[in-house]
Write a protein that binds this ligand. Structure first.
Ligand SMILES: C[S@@+](CC[C@H](N)C(=O)[O-])C[C@H]1O[C@@H](n2cnc3c(N)ncnc32)[C@H](O)[C@@H]1O
Length: 336
């Protein structure tokens, strides 16, 4: 059979129709279908009964998602494929939370307002809900918890890649500023058994911390990094923090780290450093998410250098990792 002709607007077609599949995946995930299939195939009628849906409509959605590789039909029953299994609650990829967050109302409604963001300079979250994104999560704790798990799914292999690329052997006390639930801190401390850690984040997030085996050499502290950060560390780690904020706000956070660190301290940012030119890069996608959600931005190496210099740091080096993020290392400026 001849190959179908690829129309010149094929990528646009794919993008525009992809959102329908996204809605279908969100619906079945929100309804809990992957969890109902976790122990084996289940008849569509039973799935419909348990999810309070109309059987023939549900089977049409499942049939389409089966074509996309999420489910497998076995007569009148459905089963999970390996891909579909990642959507079960508690799967280590946190793919379920990724779907519920990035295809959920807060994210989609905010991205929906991108044209208004471009016109007004206000984030989509502000336009839709009238408050900054992290305050939104504090007021909607279930969505906040889901967002924290989404970070695990979104950043996937990053913590291990950062731990591999980063020589931390001489660190005594690592402070993870805005460290979320502690996924990265846990990964990097695994490599340095003598190093202590402090996980610092907002009170609504720090309660969900999971430091695993590192918990006996770590403490947690809650607070606001615009006011101060924990004192006395020799390494301050900020992973995906600076990109959440505009330059003035980032300057305040970095200056608070500068004040808090011991003499001879180091600052380490983990961020996607934007390459020059038009090549595709995950940081360019994330930059749009920052524009719409937080009001922050992804930056180039020279933008990081300038931002760090203004807060009293010299950028020493940028170390690539075998993931999309780089490690940006800085020390207090000798000139200040
Ligand atoms: C994009 S997440 C990054 C989390 C983690 N560092 C990572 O790399 O996955 C940003 C983090 O900053 C925290 N945060 C936001 N505003 C904060 C504030 N004012 N003080 C302390 N932490 C804050 C959030 O709660 C969230 O955990």
């Amino acid at each position: 059979m001849p190959e179908p002709e690829v129309p010149p607007h094929a990528p646009i077609l794919e993008l525009a129709t992809g959102s329908v599949m996204g809605r279908a995946l969100f619906a079945v995930t929100e309804l809990g279908v992957p969890d109902l299939l976790a122990d084996g195939p289940v008849a569509t009628a039973e799935l419909a009964e348990k999810t309070d849906t109309e059987p023939s409509s549900l089977s049409r959605v499942l049939r389409t998602l089966a074509g996309a590789g999420y489910f497998r039909s076995l007569g009148d029953r459905y089963a999970l494929t390996d891909l579909g299994r990642t959507l079960v609650t508690g799967h280590p990829t946190a793919a379920r939370e990724l779907v519920l967050s990035l295809l959920g109302p807060a994210f989609t409604d905010s991205m929906q307002r991108l044209s208004d963001t471009l016109r007004t300079g206000r984030t989509g979250v502000d336009l839709v809900y009238g408050l900054p994104v992290f305050d939104y999560f504090a007021r909607h704790p279930d969505e906040g918890a889901s967002f924290n798990r989404t970070m695990i799914a979104f950043h996937g292999t990053e913590p291990a890649a950062v731990a591999r690329a980063w020589d931390l052997t001489d660190a005594e006390h690592l402070v993870d500023v805005g460290g979320g639930v502690g996924t990265l801190l846990r990964a990097v401390l695994e490599k340095v058994p003598a190093t202590r850690g402090t996980l610092f984040d907002r009170p609504d997030v720090i309660g969900q911390a999971d430091l695993g085996d590192a918990h006996d050499r770590c403490r947690t502290e809650s607070g606001d990094f615009f006011t101060s950060v924990p004192h006395g560390g020799d390494v301050y780690l900020l992973s995906h923090i600076v990109h959440d904020w505009k330059d003035e706000e980032a300057h305040t956070i970095l200056s608070n780290c500068r004040r808090a660190m011991t003499d001879g301290g180091r600052l380490v940012l983990v961020e996607m450093v934007l390459p020059p030119g038009d090549d595709d890069h995950p940081g360019k996608f994330l930059d749009l998410v920052m524009l719409a959600l937080t009001g922050g931005r992804e930056r180039t190496e020279s933008q990081y250098r300038e931002l760090l210099a203004a807060a009293g740091f010299d950028l020493v080096r940028v170390v690539p990792t075998d993931s999309a993020v780089s490690i940006i290392e800085a020390v207090p400026s000798t000139s200040t």
